[in-house]
Each structure stands twice: as C-alpha cells, then as structure tokens.
Design a protein around this ligand. Structure first.
Ligand code: SF4
Length: 238
C-alpha cells in the first residue's frame, strides 16, 4: 500500500505516526495523568519486543512510544494494545495528552490534587483526541514551581495560594495562550486564583472559544493576537 492510499489522519488520531522509514510507524500511547501501572510497562515491553525492535521511548507529554512497527502489523498491535489496558495517544489537530505532575499525591510541594483535577476536566468533556482546529495542549502542575511548564501550553494550571483570601485559600492559577513550536509564545497569567469549579468552567469556555473561532492550523496564541486580548477575555467571561 502506498502512502497516498493510507488514511493517515485516522491512524494519527489513534496514535500511529509515520516513521522516517518507509512502511514503519511509531505507536504513541498515553495514560490518564501520565500514570502507567507497572503491569502496563511489562505488556508494552512485550509489544516492543514482538512488533518493534525492543525500544520504548518516553515523550515529553508523559507518553510511551514504540517505534519500528510495520504498517501491516498495525491491526494486530491494536488488538494487543486493547488487552494491555493502555490507551492510544494521538497527534494532529486535536487535544493532546494532558501533562500532569503528581501534585499533592506525593510531591511534598504539591498544593492541589492534580490527578483529581485531570479527571474532572475529562468529565466536562475535554478529552484527549477531541478534534480541534490545530494542536491544543493542557498542562497541570501542583504548585507554582510549574514543573509541567504550564506557561508553554494553550491552557496551563498550577496550584496556588490565594493571598487575597482571608484564610489564604488554596486554588488554581491559570495561564492562557502558551505554545512551543516554530513560533513559541509564553502564556499570560490571569489575575486571579480560581476555585476548582471556576477553573473547570474556564477551561470549557476557552476550549469552546477556540473550537468555534480558530482557523485550521491556528494555535490559540495566534487566535488571541488576531482577536485582541481584551475581546478574547470578555468572550470567555473574564
Ligand atoms: S509543580 Fe510543584 S507539585 Fe508539581 S512536581 Fe513540581 S514541585 Fe511538585
């Protein structure tokens, strides 16, 4: 089968990416909040041995990739993957895997439960591989150290202490409009520490605004530049 005959967008959406080597693909996987069980690692290792060249590669978005998979073996690998319980990653114009640090689950500096926030974002319908005008990334960190580089994602969230609150309540700081790539942008920080409900609602509004207004291949940073920051903030209720 030639490259022209392959529905590459469908393959990319479910985590199979072209390799530079003709006829070979790389399988990209993910797990919610980046948490793989040790049993997942054994099974992925078996897949890498059987269908790849015994190599697994860790991505910057907390995924595990297996390179050197032959096109003709993709169906078999998919079946094996389903048995592992590991989820496929994605690529292309859609929401990528959200990067999440441990937060207060085990990091001594964590202020918030990052895994729980991740689950709640998914429950609002903001899920990996949802189709969008271009790539879109969310990063969650448990404290202002921002180990998942929240300033470089479309939406970046970190746990923060609200110093304006009489009880110094713990909430969430939010950055919007960051991205890497050929035209990197630093996200700008919103002037507030949000409650959990507020931050969940804000995330939904930003994704909706992006989905409804961005042109194909336009990152959020460029959409905000084009729209004007004030107009954008007003549109998302800020
Ligand atoms: S961002 Fe904070 S909570 Fe998360 S890993 Fe870094 S230091 Fe720990």
């Amino acid at each position: 089968m030639t490259r022209q005959e392959i529905d590459y967008d469908a393959l990319k959406k479910k985590g199979f990416l072209w390799s530079k080597h003709e006829g070979e693909f790389t399988l990209r996987t993910r797990m919610p909040a980046g948490n793989y069980a040790s049993s997942h690692l054994s099974k992925l290792s078996e897949i890498a041995e059987k269908y790849g060249k015994g190599i697994v590669h860790l991505t910057v978005r907390q995924g595990i990739e297996i390179p050197y998979i032959l096109y003709g073996k993709i169906d078999e690998v998919e079946k094996e993957m389903k048995k592992t319980g590991v989820l496929p990653g994605t690529s292309g114009p859609r929401l990528r895997a959200t990067t999440t640090c441990p937060g207060n689950n085990w990091c001594k500096r964590g202020l918030v439960d990052t895994f729980s926030l991740f689950d709640k974002i998914e429950k609002r319908g903001i899920v990996c591989a949802m189709d969008l005008p271009h790539k879109f990334k969310i990063a969650i960190s448990g404290c202002p150290n921002a180990c998942t580089r929240v300033q470089s994602s479309e939406i970046g969230i970190h746990g923060a202490v609200d110093l304006t609150h009489s009880e110094r309540r713990i909430g969430y700081a939010v950055y919007l409009g960051g991205c890497g790539g050929k035209e990197p942008h630093m996200g700008f920080k919103l002037d507030k520490v949000y409650t959990e409900e507020e931050v969940l609602s804000l995330i939904v509004k930003v994704v909706e605004f992006y989905k409804n207004n961005a042109k194909p291949r336009q990152r959020l940073a460029m959409l905000i530049e084009e729209t004007g920051k004030e107009v954008f903030l007003k549109a998302i209720g800020e």
